[in-house]
Ligand binder design. Sequence first.
Ligand SMILES: NC(=O)c1ccc[n+]([C@@H]2O[C@H](COP(=O)([O-])OP(=O)(O)OC[C@H]3O[C@@H](n4cnc5c(N)ncnc54)[C@H](O)[C@@H]3O)[C@@H](O)[C@H]2O)c1
Length: 303
Amino acid sequence: MQNVDGRVAFITGGASGIGLGIARAFAAAGVRLMLADMRDDRLAEAAASLTSAGTEVATIKVDVADRVAMAAAAARTVERFGKVHIVVANAGVGVIGRVRDASYDDWDWSNAVNLGGVVNTVQEFLPLLRRQGEGGHLVATASMGGLTPVPHGGVYSVQKAAVVAIMEALYTELAAEGIHASVICPGMTRTNIAETLALRPTHFSDHGIRLAPPPQAVAASGPGPMALAMDPTELGERVLKGILANDLYILTHNEFAEQIREQFEPILAAMPKEEPAMGPAAAGGVKFSAYERVLKARGTSVQ
Ligand SMILES: NC(=O)c1ccc[n+]([C@@H]2O[C@H](COP(=O)([O-])OP(=O)(O)OC[C@H]3O[C@@H](n4cnc5c(N)ncnc54)[C@H](O)[C@@H]3O)[C@@H](O)[C@H]2O)c1
């Protein structure tokens, strides 16, 4: 997308943190905003501050895990603004814990919001973008934890890795329609994510994992990691730049570069050394196009 001035964006988790940082960057570039969030107090504050800066903003209280509510949010966005051009599936909850400790409820809540929220947003908004026929941009917030392991954060990494995979798939699937896809993989960012634990529904109340301490506890023990974390407004500006450049990966924390490099070394080292299992056609490496050729040769369509 070359120019976002006058376009309409729908942002989940838009009332706080990274979603609000993206909203601010979009607003400064002339984007009209529909902010969706579970917290109506925060929605009201965000809308007031953006409106006073001259941005056209509407809000909707929605749980991204609720498919019926998400369908209503998509309909409301079109009713209010006529169209939608940029869709940001950003809402998430900080279920940071080890896989070995997780209860079914830990999994179900984290899956429902951190993965289901992105799926529901894509399911409801992609048909709108396609019907409009004007291209558009789908963005999702994953995490550095979706690309590389987070210490004690295995449960969270599962959904974030899935979000990366969704956006990678859409990037190739939608290119011909002029609909672009980006995935944001931030490192630590100064937000209210610790407060999202209070949003846990009562039907997911069986805790298995020990969750992160509340922000006051971190503050009391000296400047915690959050003090060093990135400002969400800066992150929002980087996201806008990535959208304008049609980047698939929007990465913001370059201190992870070495870890990502190191992570692939054992993967490459584990590759079998003998002849390619799929024959000489794959000898140059199985790239997307080569993979498509292999599937077509087997009579399977990748459309
Ligand atoms: N803060 C970080 O260091 C960090 C790093 C990497 C990725 N992320 C991801 O960034 C995204 C935004 O989180 P943040 O850090 O800005 O936290 P935040 O708490 O400041 O913002 C998240 C917003 O999402 C909303 N939300 C939570 N569950 C929801 C639901 N079911 N339906 C609708 N809204 C819901 C919350 O009310 C909140 O306003 C999340 O997906 C998070 O996993 C955060």
